[in-house]
Design a protein around this ligand. Sequence first.
Ligand SMILES: CC(C)(COP(=O)(O)OP(=O)(O)OC[C@H]1O[C@@H](n2cnc3c(N)ncnc32)[C@H](O)[C@@H]1OP(=O)(O)O)[C@@H](O)C(=O)NCCC(=O)NCCS
Length: 156
Amino acid sequence: MTELEKSPRSSRTILSQLMQPEHSNSQGNVHGGLIMKLVDEAGALACMRHSQGKVVTVAVDRMTFNQPIKIGDLVVLEAEVSYVGRTSMEAEVKVFAENPLTGNKIATNTAYLVYVALDSKGKPVEVPNLRLETEEQKTRFDEGRNRQKHRLSRLG
Ligand SMILES: CC(C)(COP(=O)(O)OP(=O)(O)OC[C@H]1O[C@@H](n2cnc3c(N)ncnc32)[C@H](O)[C@@H]1OP(=O)(O)O)[C@@H](O)C(=O)NCCC(=O)NCCS
């Protein structure tokens, strides 16, 4: 039976990938499109673990890269469900670039994406509520609700 309420911790997902020469753009840094794909995968996994079913991406907020990621860096993506509606879930994905030789780790960007849970017929299905255990999670949930309102208001 699907749980009615789950904590963000229980679906927290961490993905790591070493950036290899085939991941480079023409300037020799990591291709931004690859990071966007990894961000989508990390967010989708957190939401799949929360809803324990299939999900599809419906919205990706603006993504800004504050620092270049270099070949040889370990990219670490930390994804948590930040807000849930009825069938939709927002994931917060934080991206870090770590030099595995020095241990130096920098935050390169944070992205917010929205996924919808689907049933076996491909129709949106209700997801468990989010059990908010800390003040930080409550604030983030309220911020997620505001972001979702804003996204929907732009659909017209
Ligand atoms: C996901 C999909 C099945 C939803 O269908 P729909 O008819 O819009 O369903 P609904 O109107 O009931 O919306 C479902 C939920 O998504 C939310 N939603 C829909 N469009 C959204 C958008 N652009 N941004 C944010 N949330 C959105 C709704 O608010 C609703 O949330 P709630 O249940 O928590 O209140 C449909 O939009 C779809 O198939 N999209 C393509 C997904 C896909 O292929 N993604 C990969 C892209 S390559």
